[in-house]
Design a protein around this ligand. Structure first.
Ligand SMILES: [Cu+2]
Length: 461
């Protein structure tokens, strides 16, 4: 697998640097990732020990130790990300991918990050949420000169407080983030911390959004509100790895939001607590149970739960248009509109014409409608019971009994105990017994007589 090749390659690069004084004087060899799979957690080869995170459809950047300093090398460059199966987007990222690799360090570590700019324009890196010297904060023009194309700058500071942080440019920021430039930074606590629990699994990902016209491959970088590709780590369902957990395990999920809108992140079948924000761990006395937490723009939320209900549970943004793909949301509401014969007439003029959503939008998941090349369908993904009718910010939380501690493979679909799934009622008809509202002015609706809504549903972003 590509992942193993990557790790063996990374390990040898780090080892070579550790023994060669010449290499020590030079920049650390940049490690480039090519696989879009979720990489196995990177067990720290040296330095203080910690429990590594798993970056969804991402990876952790290896480092080298140089006289007690952890040295990383980020390369800002153009990349191509397969956002969903067969749907490729031209992005800008770091070390071969968008988002860039996760940087994992330990509280108190001295960290040196070389940043090489291979973009066609200047960039910087801002270390979102960190305590650091003012000149290391990465706001181009304010804290430092912008990094010109072809140049390498070096950042150095101590990772002073534990938590989940992000990094992103502060130089032509709107364009560079619209192109996918961002990454995660995890500072693990040194030793036991009263507000930070030990967990069996620790997942991390960033929310990002893109404006990609159907058939196009490059995001519209001047877009301010009308994004149509909603991703976890620049991947859209069904291309997002499921989060797996062993039954009874404590699981942490760290979610950072670098889109231009908020995302209420929701889990099924379990409750969680928000145990940390960008500002640090939430005191235990200030936590409360939730099943949805809103992650606002520029925020990070760290949630924790006990995976004690076996099954395949949906885990997604609760803005329903954020769990859909690109196929245009200028679709008029057609529920209840009787247009028998209309499609045939229009198809004489427009052969590919297909009327959407006569019975709701669910049919979209099954449509075999011709799409422009490189277009992400609006609803997709198959489950054991048929089309899942999702796309975008959606994946599954798969809880299984007897999962080995280091096993992050997709265990397949959950085998529900027989007789525990909702299915068709086989007894006597119930229609006559169903209670009906009979207040004046209300009546059960006949679906085919409702007037179609005339709004486009477009304003709600
Ligand atoms: Cu959302």
């Amino acid at each position: 697998m590509q992942r193993r090749q990557f790790f063996s390659g990374a390990a040898s690069a780090v080892a070579a640097a550790a023994v060669s004084p010449v290499a020590m004087a030079a920049l650390p060899e940049p490690v480039i990732q090519t696989s879009a799979d979720t990489a196995a957690p990177l067990a720290p080869p040296n330095g203080r020990p910690y429990q590594p995170v798993v970056t969804l459809n991402g990876w952790t950047l290896p480092w080298r130790m140089n006289a007690g300093v952890k040295e990383f090398h980020l390369v800002a460059e153009a990349v191509v990300r397969e956002v969903a199966p067969g749907f490729f987007v031209n992005m800008w990222g770091y070390n071969g991918q968008s988002p860039g690799p996760t940087i994992e360090v330990v509280e108190g570590d001295r960290v040196r990050i070389f940043v090489t700019n291979r973009l066609p324009e200047a960039t910087t890196v801002h270390w979102h949420g960190q305590r650091l010297p003012n000149g290391m904060d990465g706001v181009g023009g304010l804290n430092q000169p912008h990094i010109p194309p072809g140049k390498t700058f070096v950042y150095e500071f101590e990772a002073r407080r534990p938590g989940t942080f992000m990094y992103h440019p502060h130089s032509d920021e709107m364009v560079q983030m619209a192109m996918g430039m961002m990454g995660l930074w995890i500072t693990h606590p040194k030793g036991r911390h009263p507000q930070i629990a030990e967990v069996a699994r620790d997942y991390a990902f960033l929310l990002s959004a893109y404006a990609v016209e159907p058939g196009a491959m490059t995001p519209r970088v001047a877009e301010m509100t009308d994004f149509n590709i909603w991703t976890f780590n620049s991947r859209a369902f069904p291309a997002i790895t499921p989060l797996v957990a062993g039954l009874g395990e404590r699981v942490r999920i760290r979610v950072g939001n670098l889109t231009m809108t908020n995302h209420p992140i929701h889990i099924h079948g379990h409750e969680f607590e928000v145990t940390g924000t960008d500002g640090g761990p939430v005191p235990r006395s200030a936590r409360w149970p939730e099943v949805t937490t809103d992650v606002a723009v520029g925020q990070m939320r760290q949630i924790e739960l006990i995976a004690d209900e076996p099954g395949d549970w949906a885990f997604h943004c609760h803005k329903s248009h954020h769990t859909m793909g690109a196929m245009g949301h200028d679709v008029p509401t057609m529920i209840g509109v009787d247009h028998k014969g209309l499609v045939g007439k229009i198809q004489k003029i427009v052969p590919d014409y297909m009327l959407m959503g006569e019975r709701g939008m669910g049919d979209m998941g099954a449509m075999q409608m011709p799409l422009p090349d490189n277009t992400f369908p609006m609803m997709t993904g198959k489950g054991p019971f048929g089309n899942i009718e999702m796309g975008g910010m959606f994946t599954t939380f798969k809880v299984r009994k007897g999962l080995a501690a280091q096993d992050y493979r997709d265990p397949g679909w959950y085998a529900q105990p027989p007789g525990t799934a909702a299915n068709e009622w086989q007894g006597a008809p119930l229609d006559a017994q169903a209670p009906r509202q009979t207040l004046p002015g209300t009546a059960p609706g006949a679906p085919s007589v409702h007037k179609p809504a005339t709004g486009s549903g477009h304003a709600n972003h």
